[in-house]
Design a protein around this ligand. Sequence first.
Ligand code: SPD
Length: 357
Amino acid sequence: MKQLVRMFTAVFLVAFVLIYVTFQLNSTEGYSSGNTLSIYNWGDYIDPDLLKQFEQESGIKVIYQTFDSNEAMMTKIAQGGTTFDVAVPSEYAISKMKEENLLLPIDHSKLSNLKYINPRFLNLSFDKENQYSVPYFWGTVGIVYNPKLLGGKEITSWNDLWDGDLRNQILLVDGAREVIGMGLNSLHYSLNDTDEAHLQEAKNKLNALTPNVKAIVGDEIKMLLAGEEAAVGVVWSGDASEIMSENDELDYVIPEEGSNLWFDNMVIPKTAKNIEGAHEFINFMLDPEHAAQNAEYVGYSTPNEKALEYLPEEIAGDKRFYPDPSVTDKLEVYDNLGKRMLAHYNELFLEFKMYKN
Ligand code: SPD
């Protein structure tokens, strides 16, 4: 009997030690393993100091992961097996995620800082009443170019990119909508065109651009252009602003044929486990000082009107990155073209990439 008691005590002690060690390993710097917030954002799209500050103020540990396209983000959330509490899709992706029931409604009563967002960025067609999404950053797609490397040549249009003098000088953002859109816009078609003949025409036109295309790249496009590895880049405006803060030889233009106006918003995916924490984080990012700090760090344009007061005039007053409605009204926002057509845009982009290599 004594032996049985001794054995039971030993088993109990071993189990206790194992549970204690597991608990200690799972809890980092005093955070309980249950009190975490999982954030899924674009790469290079937040000031890491803000994440640290949020952790300290809230006592919530942040688990942070990044993606590089709306398509990759949507696939990951749709396939399940993840527990993202906050994600940052663009407008057409928000519309698609709503359609596919992948989002949870946002409780505005928990967002005291929502009032700081410029009404110009609220109630947009992809999410009327902002039931599922809250503005994070906005911008355009355009051309960043280095006149010094182009012998003083100015670039004003998409069609300028087909100039034979630009051989191997162009870097393209790795985005299906952006690149196919550039082909469509260069032919004066809509960025949301679904006419097969127009799409094929755009692809053929893009194929003819390949001698000028040095590479199709992700976030490293900023380093390459700032380092003058290429003279021209097709980029999101925030990346252009970041590049130009590193190298003041460069300039940014929204092409005269037209371009894309985009909005990245914070959402709470269906996968969320910490809905309270998600609201707390979203409200934290809506705080004007935090929004300004974030905009200054990443280089993208904030929709937070009050935050503009905390930004230096050379940022907030730069009309290339904070264009007036008279300019943005002429641009196109991507529509949710539906599952099949979005997949078709991706296929066309892949074919273009294969043709290029
Ligand atoms: N490195 C951050 C990139 C964020 C770009 N979002 C733009 C989306 C346009 N559809």
